[in-house]
Structure formats: structure tokens, C-alpha cells
Design a protein around this ligand. Structure first.
Ligand code: UFG
Length: 341
């Protein structure tokens, strides 16, 4: 029998790509989303890619009764939890919104999983937990640094909540995946990132600038101690990232875990600077971007990239798409949603 995976936040950017890969790998998927930060575009895209409708429940994980009902209705073998607020800046000005939503939803999920006698829980964490690392690349053993935003703090707290729950409640198993910088879109261009308002992240800002929606990209700082003075990140293709989830869920369901709670970096291991990314985008898509050098953005770390060896070895997973393919897919998606030929 097929195992059923619940994807909370499954209508969002990462959740929609993960859903596609899970179904293509043979899992049944139930999507649950409150649609607070997305519309139906990605859900529709997922259904067209897969050629079928998937079970979709519109609900909020802060509503514990709704979570109970979900677990009563579907035979859930594993949960991938994406449902959370994710705007770093907003989390600094409105921390309570982030603590109440991101923690309560996750605690509700775990409480219901405990009531049901257990579940495999995959939590979507972030490289933000490493802060400004002293040594690069970062491994899973690299120290976590005090969070510089409430958003980052909720990632650390949820990791700890999962770790402690695994230790305390029989039947709960957990994996935290620490993502580096997910970018790009599905090769079909039917699903992708749909930021509301002015994008905070680099690649959506680039594609919107290329589409003429934003006048000029600001490169935040060119005086960092890096080879070209701009910040370095580990940009991970969204489909590659999605496949890491399939590998992690399979590891849990097949009882291959070496401990009840495991952590994996999900990155390429390759640092790319902001300037390199901009140049690669221009080259691969044959266009010129309007950009300028602007002051540093408060809170940005100079450089971070992953040591992905643990995921390579234990999950049998490796980033495969080149940065060029990824940047092509990001532009194809922007053109698709803006009706640009
Ligand atoms: N950048 C620009 N111009 C922009 C946007 C970004 O130059 O308009 C630069 C940033 O300064 C940074 C790089 O592009 O050097 C990447 O920025 P993103 O905002 O795309 O990504 P971050 O590395 O800042 O964000 C990541 C995750 C967040 C996480 C955060 C913690 O996307 O989820 O790290 O700092 F919280």
C-alpha cells in the first residue's frame, strides 16, 4: 500500500514542488494550507503537472481541532511541515505574530501526532540557524548561533521542540532539513515562487526587474570580505531541494534512521556571490539587468554555504541542476505568470 504524506503549507513555493516529487515517487499526498500567503496558482500547477486533482484541505494548523479532524480523515504516515510565516523583517517588527503562529501550529501538529500514537515528522528548517559562521562550509555539527530575527528563532525553537518530542514520546520520529537558499522553479514553469508585494529575496527581485515590474535591483553591499565584495550564498535548486524531502521521508518510512532525530544540510556546497548570480542570470537568459550597488542590508551574513556530505551519504541525495538551468527556470516561471513571450 502507498504511504500517505501530509504536506502542510503544500500550496506554497517549496510545498508545491515537494508535493510533485512525492507523488512522482509513488506517495499519496494530502495538501493542507490556510492560503494566508498564496493563491491557488501553485495548487493548480501541481494538479496540471501530475494530471490529477490531489486532496486539498483549507485549514489553519493553529486550529487544533482542524488538525485532529485531518488526522482522523486520512491515514497519515508522515508529515512535512512547511506552514509558517517567513518574512524575516516582519518577524522583527511583529515577533508575537511569528512566535504564536509558527510555534503553535507545530506544537498542535506534534500533540495530535502523539495522540495518534506517533508519526514521522519532517521539519523545514533553515541555514539561518548557523548565523554568521566562523568556519565554512558549515556542517550539521557547526554551532547554532543566537538568532538575529524572531523568524530565525522560531526555526531554532521548532528544531528543539522536535528533538525533545522525539526523545519523550514513543512513535515520534523527526528530521530537520536545513535549507540554504532555495531558488528557481519547476521545469514545466507551472509552479514557482509567488512573493506578495516587493520581494525580499534576491532571485524574485531579479526576475521582477527583468520583467520590468521593478525598476532596478539593489545589490546590498560590495565591500564584504569576499572575492568580489558581494555576499556569498549556497543557492539550491527548488527541484533538487524537493527531492531531498522525498529521500528524507523515505528514510523515515523505511526505518533507516540512525537516531530518532536527525538533521541534514540541504545545499550544493558551492558558494555563489550576488554579483556572480546576477551575471549568470544575464548570460543564460540573454538579457541585461538594471542594477546598482546599494548599502549593506542590516542582518545579512557575509558568506554561508553548506557541507552537504551528510545528506549525500545518508540520504543518497545530491544537488544536480546547474545554477544556469535553475536561473533559466526562474525566468521561464516569471515569464509564464506575467504572460511575457
Ligand atoms: N540581495 C540583494 N538585493 C536584493 C535581495 C537580496 O543584494 O534585492 C542579497 C542579499 O544581501 C544576500 C543575498 O542577496 O546577500 C541573498 O539574499 P536573500 O534575501 O535572497 O536570502 P538570505 O540569504 O538573506 O535569506 C536566507 C533565507 C531566509 C533566512 C535568511 C536569514 O531565504 O529564509 O537567509 O538571514 F531567514
Amino acid at each position: 500500500m502507498k504511504a500517505t504524506v501530509l504536506v502542510s503549507g503544500g500550496a506554497g513555493f517549496i510545498g508545491s514542488h515537494v508535493t510533485v516529487e512525492l507523488v512522482q515517487a509513488g506517495y499519496d499526498v494530502v495538501i493542507a494550507d490556510n492560503m494566508s500567503n498564496c493563491d491557488e496558482t501553485n495548487y493548480r500547477g501541481v494538479c496540471s503537472i501530475l494530471g490529477k486533482e490531489l486532496p486539498f484541505v483549507r485549514m489553519d494548523f493553529c486550529d487544533k481541532e482542524a488538525v485532529r479532524n485531518l488526522f482522523a480523515k486520512y491515514p497519515i504516515d508522515a508529515v512535512i511541515h512547511f506552514a509558517a510565516f517567513k518574512a524575516v523583517g516582519e518577524s522583527v517588527t511583529n515577533p508575537l505574530k511569528y512566535y504564536s503562529n509558527n510555534l503553535e501550529s507545530f506544537i498542535n501538529l506534534l500533540e495530535v501526532a502523539v495522540e495518534k500514537g506517533g508519526c514521522n515528522v519532517l521539519f523545514s528548517s533553515s541555514a539561518t540557524v548557523y548565523g554568521e559562521p566562523e568556519k565554512l562550509p558549515v556542517t550539521e555539527e557547526s554551532p547554532r548561533m543566537p538568532a538575529t530575527s524572531s523568524y530565525g528563532n522560531t526555526k531554532q525553537m521548532c528544531e528543539d521542540i522536535l528533538r525533545d518530542s522525539v526523545a519523550a514520546y514513543p512513535g515520534i520520529k523527526g528530521i530537520a532539513l536545513r535549507y540554504f537558499n532555495p531558488i528557481g522553479a519547476h521545469p514545466s514553469a507551472l509552479i514557482g515562487e509567488l512573493p506578495r508585494g516587493v520581494p525580499n529575496n534576491l532571485v524574485p527581485f531579479i526576475t521582477q526587474t527583468a520583467a520590468g515590474i521593478r525598476e532596478c535591483l539593489s545589490i546590498f553591499g560590495d565591500d564584504y570580505p569576499t572575492p568580489d565584495g558581494t555576499c556569498q550564498r549556497d543557492y539550491i535548486d527548488i527541484v533538487d531541494l524537493a527531492k531531498a524531502h522525498v529521500a528524507a521521508v523515505t528514510r523515515m518510512l523505511k526505518d533507516k534512521m540512525e537516531a530518532g532525530y536527525e538533521i541534514f544540510n540541504v545545499g550544493t556546497g558551492r558558494p555563489v556571490s550576488v554579483m556572480e548570480l546576477v551575471k549568470a542570470f544575464e548570460k543564460v537568459n540573454h538579457l541585461k539587468l538594471n542594477y546598482r550597488i546599494a548599502p549593506r542590508r542590516p542582518g545579512d551574513v557575509t558568506a554561508i554555504w553548506a557541507d552537504p556530505a551528510k545528506a549525500n551519504e545518508k540520504l543518497g541525495w545530491k544537488a544536480e541542476r546547474s545554477i544556469e538551468e535553475t536561473l533559466e527556470s526562474a525566468w521561464a516561471w516569471e515569464k509564464h505568470i506575467r504572460n511575457i513571450k
